[in-house]
Ligand binder design. Structure first.
Ligand SMILES: [Fe+2]
Length: 287
């Protein structure tokens, strides 16, 4: 393990990393960064390669995104069954650079407590600020962190929402730096909207977020669906870039947890178990 990145000696390499949406990548060679290293992605027609120094890295194409690894992932790119459902809208939402560590970006995505304050009158509003009790566990059979029975009353839960609705959420952290949520769909009583966030760790304190959605929405234009999500993510970006410390604290009791933080506690425990320390206080230092 870790053969390609000798100075990173923890388990951070052993996963698939998203490098972006393939349709957004230019023809020819372009540079990007992963775990503090320069990569060159080359696209010729439909053919893609990823190189680090002189070595060609493994790659996968999944969900219209390019994935690579610098280590030995235990499995394949995370499976998202809904992505293959024919009647869903496929909505890749671009690449958003964030001056924040990858695990901070994931934790923010898991956090419901900030909805009324950061996404005011969209995903939450005062006085309905309480995060109700939810369940959270590390699922050993699939090696993922799940938070279930999450509920929040949202003024504008989705572009298709016509009024405030009590919104159910299920969160699923599929790899240390990929997360998705299943959310009440205003257009269907029996199926969920799916919103994914693939985070590319660039430096310990710098990331690129790649959000993509698989929605049940026949009416909204793709442009409006993207714009709705981008407003939310830009609100998160401001919070993320001002969060201190920059690196996610992994020392015991580093930040005082509340009931709302059950998912954050499970996520940190899981990172530690995996020795996945990039972007944390126990990993390489931020520049
Ligand atoms: Fe947010």
């Amino acid at each position: 393990m870790n053969a390609l990145v000798p100075e990173v000696t923890d388990g951070s390499n052993d996963q698939w990393f998203c490098l972006g949406c393939i349709q957004d990548m230019p023809q020819g060679a372009h540079g990007t960064r992963l775990l503090g290293h320069d990569l060159v992605v080359t696209k010729r027609g439909d053919l893609l390669t990823v190189r680090m120094d002189e070595a060609e890295l493994p790659l996968r194409e999944r969900y219209g995104y390019l994935w690579t690894t610098t280590g030995t992932p235990a499995g394949e790119v995370p499976e998202i069954a809904e992505a293959d459902e024919r009647d869903r809208r496929y909505v890749p939402c671009g690449a958003i650079p964030v001056r924040a560590s990858a695990p901070r970006v994931i934790e923010n995505f898991l956090d419901m407590a900030h909805f009324p304050f950061v996404h005011t009158d969209i995903l939450g509003s005062e006085p309905l600020t309480e995060v109700e009790k939810y369940r959270c566990e590390i699922r050993r059979d699939v090696d993922e962190v799940w938070a279930t029975d999450c509920v929040f009353t949202q003024p504008k839960a989705a572009l298709a929402a016509t009024g405030a609705i009590r919104t159910d959420y299920i969160y699923r952290v599929t790899t240390p730096f990929t997360v998705l949520l299943y959310k009440t769909c205003p257009n269907s009583a029996t199926r969920w909207d799916v919103i994914c966030l693939f985070v590319q760790p660039v430096e310990p304190g710098v990331s690129i977020a790649h959000p993509v959605m698989f929605l049940l929405d026949d009416t909204g234009t793709t442009q409006d669906l993207i714009a709705f999500q981008q407003v939310i993510f830009l609100q998160d970006k401001i919070i993320l870039e001002n969060q201190r410390p920059v690196l996610l604290p992994l020392e015991p009791r580093a930040e005082t947890p509340t009931r709302a933080d059950a998912s954050s506690i499970a996520y940190r425990r899981w990172l530690k178990e995996k020795n996945c320390l990039y972007g944390t206080s126990l990993g390489p230092k931020a520049a």
